[in-house]
Design a protein. Sequence first.
Length: 445
Amino acid sequence: MEFIRNVWLFIGPYRANLKKALAWTLAMQVLALVEPYLLMFIIDDVTSHGVEALPRVPWMAAGAFILLVGTTITKILKDRRIRNITVAVCTEVENRVFAKFMHLSLTYHHGTNAGESVSKAREGARRLDEITWITLFELAPMMLQAVIVTCVLLYWHWTIALLVIGTMLITWTYLYYTKRRWHENRQERWRLARRVDRDNSESVANVMTLQAYSREEKAIADDMKKQDRWKQLFMAELNGYDRGHLLRNGFINLMRVTSVLICVHYYFEGTMTVGQWVLVQMLVERLFNANFQLGGIYDRFVDAAEPVRILAGVMNEPETQPDPEQPLPIPTGPLTLALKDVAYAYPSRPNQAVLSDVSFKIRPGTMIGIVGESGQGKTTLAKLLLRFYDPSVGTVSINGVDLRQLKKADARKLIGYVPQEVELFNASIAENIRYGAQDATDEEV
């Protein structure tokens, strides 16, 4: 249920388009019944009237061709609409993820590995796109087909319909419990694969340190242990699936033979024609083939559960420094920057204050220098002025207006900032220089 809630969190806004896509899918599945029905009529007409039915066969074949063309056009229109939905979900979710990271405070970014968090969230977005695609292209058509075909079979021969329904329920239940048994195994494999990627990237990035301390072989041995564990989990899962598939396939094949024997009984009883026999067997095969697809769909849903959960966790992360609902206007005129009784402690060390009881004013036209040993809070103080952090106690104000009463973007427009660590973006030198003043002319640059 948590997985469904997480998925709906992202695709819920597209519910109107999803309904339209399902309507097209339903129309497609209804039209898909045309082929076996026409085949039934052709066979019954030929077997009942012999040579006399031959003149009618080309007309029925032409009708079948026209309906099949209509089915193909409907499928193309349905697929186009579903592609539009999945592409919209994928692009918007990835943009929402990026926007979320941009708006999260430095407190969040410093408390996590930002690069790894972005990577995991983007993987969750890609998995979500895959789940949307699978649901609309595979799962929804399969379930609608199962409902429609079951209703048709109930209309024609309820005995075979009950046989098929019982088979589907038993195999689905067995599939669920078999897959559920290996669910934790798949999750552990996913986490282990992520750990291997992280550790290997870290080792390669710090290869000079590993070589300096002669730790290369230790790193290689540790990686082999994790790879062996992954292989052990994977092979155990595959062996378990093989045993489960053997039992499931054997049961379904037994039900196939049983359905044929029932049709033989009805045929010799005179209550089923050859055409109806062919129709029933085609519909039964459709249901059983769909049943085989369900296992692969379930596996992909399980594989997506953890990445989507991480993605939902990021998107539900509260913003610790939101803009005020009714922000005050930007102060004008000569500006005075003031700190009053300011104290700050990082969330990771709440009992260890970096700044304590700091108060001073910077009046217009004056200059002040703040000096101190490393770790005394100079950089933290600069980040408080830009409202990267909010003080634990006290206020930071401009012309008497608390920064928390201004929009963050408005407050930062009033302050020039040269960071301690210079970051260059993957752009030209001119674009990097112009980054803080987008409207600067070439001469000003």
